[in-house]
Design a protein around this ligand. Structure first.
Ligand code: ATP
Ligand code: MG
Length: 643
């Protein structure tokens, strides 16, 4: 699949939690005997108030799944209280502020107090078990307190990314009928303030059911105030009791709603429940990152994304780990920030997105190499296919060839990692997410729904339920069935395409609707993009198909040169040659448009559906752009469109 070399398990991972033999044996058992396997795991990883009646029941036709039914547990108890006997004074969260001079440590004991107080504040405002609470916050510890306080009393949180507009916030509040909103006066990111309360005020004009807007004072600047509805967080916390008994929840009680990032269409309110979600979050955190007692772990995601839910808060805290939460951005005050933070807090595991890696790579090695990074043991990535070029840079420059790169494939809907290397068990191939996690039974389907045998490519589907599976699309169960369970009966449809090589490794080729069909040859947009970014003058590329009279589909490439590069026709010709050499003449882009920026979701994913519309000249129907990070990018691309 790739001319890049395979990286064997590093020597310092030979004693990892899971080695190759263990992986094989545990994986086999997890598929053949899920009741036995996950029953044992649920007892090992979680504390239950009441045992379950049955481990798993599911029906993919009706889109139903239940794990540990009848079992009772509380998420905040599992993430906090049960660790207190040995960890009350151990750090739970390290908070690193936007300003490099700002940071603090929050112990498990302090976390318990803050969460209980906030839970009591919510109760006093009338929030009850099952009520939805919208969290619209910057990356400050109060965001984690808010999540955990909801779980303490059985309220269902719906986090909306703090970078979203009033419009996007309003839609999400209304869709899940949240009646309580927790926000801050302002956020701070990259040295600039983000007007959260102003945005919330605008959104709430159209949300008459919201009775409480709890406001954390982050910057202290003046904000508008609606008497009765608006309440200062610090004022209510000051009078709150620091004890709050955890509400015993049924394993299948709702835990949170989270809207997908909207790369392919209108965001869906993905509903997750309690026991199965927390189990897979906890298991994957421990095994995938090979987490060791006392290590400092840093996931750069925002809590507004599923990655922030599962791998900043729930997975790490369920394991009693030390999780770093970062308020800022990787490029502020400059492109060396991440590595400064790594040295400052002696970070052992660093988990980020390919888009961040490519952005840092485009700036050059110096901001990285001026730091030590000697504490790093493992590097992770999530969110998009990582092109082998970026993988190698991450491995060589950031990890000094010492740290395995763990490429984790999963979705908001899957709740936790699904395809990922376990660092002590799997030899790595750059660009491959490698093998399924325990309990994840995969298949690749042909167009006609038959399963691909052995090596080959197809639609990536899951054949049986896994614990942290999506339970519903909030308020629209039929949409859940239509989206995930009706394309191919009996399978969960991921919407992604993948290739399985001769060694059984999985390579995600991108979204199914991103597959190109040029003169009858099918290829993933990711393949062409990977070829384009091999060129050392190219930072990023996005490829889409467009109608072509002869070939059926032609290839339209939007290409971002490295900083300081003046693109010209020679560069264009070199890129075309590169695609021919790497993939074949069939992969020659018909059009290459220079793009100083690409339209991305707030979580950094390229929105190809918009690029497709531009390439197809359908400029009036660009669709929902409310989740775009920078809408002006689109105007630039439209103005400079080549036809
Ligand atoms: P929507 O479903 O609304 O279009 P979205 O799919 O972008 O939004 P997420 O759930 O945040 O929302 O993203 C999941 C998708 O991200 C996966 O389906 C896949 O396309 C991509 N992805 C995530 N991790 C990886 C990875 N390691 N390799 C390749 N692709 C990945
Ligand atoms: Mg999706």
């Amino acid at each position: 699949m790739s001319e890049f070399q395979t990286h064997p398990v590093p020597a310092n991972f030979k004693d990892a939690h899971i080695n190759a033999e263990k992986y094989q044996a545990m994986y086999k058992r997890s598929i053949e005997d899920p009741e036995g396997f996950f029953g044992e795991m649920a007892s090992e990883f979680l504390s239950w108030d009441q045992p379950w009646d049955s481990v798993v029941n599911y029906d993919f036709v009706k889109g139903e799944a239940a794990w540990f039914s009848g079992g009772k547990l509380n998420v905040s108890y599992n993430c906090i209280d049960r660790h207190l006997p040995e960890r009350a004074d151990q750090t739970a969260l390290i908070w690193e502020g936007d300003d490099p001079a700002d940071s603090k440590h929050i112990t498990y004991g302090e976390l318990k107090e803050q969460v209980c107080k906030l839970a009591n504040v919510l109760k006093a405002r009338g929030v009850q078990k099952g009520d939805r609470v919208c969290i619209y916050m910057p990356m400050i510890p109060e965001a984690a307190y808010a999540m955990l306080a909801c779980t303490r009393i059985g309220a269902v949180h719906s986090i909306v990314f703090g970078g979203f507009s009033p419009e996007a916030l309003k839609d999400r509040i209304l869709d899940s009928d949240c009646q309580t909103v927790i926000t801050a006066d302002e956020g701070v990111r990259g040295g600039r303030s983000v007007p959260l309360k102003v945005n919330a005020d605008k959104a709430l004009q159209s949300c008459p059911n919201v009775h409480t807007c709890l406001v954390v004072e982050r910057t202290g600047n003046d904000v508008n105030w609606v008497e009765g509805r608006d309440q200062w967080y610090h004022e209510l916390m000051a009078g709150a009791d620091a004890d709050c008994a955890p509400e015993p929840m049924d394993s299948e009680d709702p835990l949170f709603i989270l809207y997908t990032s909207g790369s392919t269409g209108k965001p869906k309110g993905v509903l997750h429940t309690t026991g199965g979600y927390l189990l897979q979050a906890a298991m994957t955190f421990k095994y995938v990152f090979d987490y060791r007692e006392g290590e400092v772990y840093w996931c750069t995601a925002d809590v507004g994304w599923v990655t922030g839910h599962t791998y900043i808060v729930y997975g790490p805290l369920a394991n009693g780990a030390i999780s770093l939460m970062f308020e800022g951005v990787p490029t502020y005050p400059d492109a060396g920030r991440c590595w400064e933070v790594v040295d400052k807090h002696q970070v052992n595991t660093f988990y980020t997105a390919p888009t961040a890696i490519r952005a840092l790579m485009a700036v050059g090695d110096e901001p990285v190499t001026r730091s030590s990074r000697s504490s790093l043991r493992l590097l992770g990535t999530v969110g998009e296919p990582i092109n082998p070029e970026a993988w190698e840079w991450y491995h060589r420059v950031v990890g000094d060839e010492r740290c395995p790169i763990i490429d984790t494939w999963w979705q908001t809907e899957t709740g936790a990692h699904m395809i990922t290397p376990l660092p002590g068990a799997v030899d790595l191939k750059p660009g491959s997410a490698t093998f399924p996690f325990f309990g994840v039974e995969l298949a690749l389907l042909n167009e006609d729904g038959s399963e691909v045998e052995g090596a080959g490519s197809g639609y990536l589907v899951v054949k049986s339920s896994w614990p942290s599976q999506i339970r519903s699309v909030y308020g629209d169960h039929q949409r859940m069935i239509d989206t995930y369970f009706s394309n191919y009966a009996g399978y969960y449809f991921t919407g992604d395409g993948a290739t399985r090589d001769e060694d059984g490794y999985y390579w995600i080729t991108g979204r199914v609707d991103d597959v190109l069909n040029v003169s009858g040859h099918r290829m993933g947009t990711a393949e062409v993009e990977s070829a384009l970014v091999l060129h050392d003058k190219i930072a990023e590329a996005a490829v889409v198909g467009f109608p072509h009279d002869i070939k059926g589909q032609g290839i339209y490439a939007y290409v971002t040169p490295m900083a300081g590069v003046e693109p010209d026709d020679d560069l264009r010709a070199e890129l075309i040659q590169l695609c021919v050499k790497e993939i074949g003449p069939i992969a020659k882009p018909d059009i290459i448009q220079w793009a100083p920026g690409l339209p991305k979701t707030r979580s950094g994913k390229i929105m190809r559906r918009i690029l497709r519309k531009i390439a197809e000249n359908e400029l009036d129907s660009l669709g929902d752009t409310s989740t775009l990070a920078d809408p002006s990018v689109v105007d630039h691309l439209v103005a400079n469109k080549l036809s």
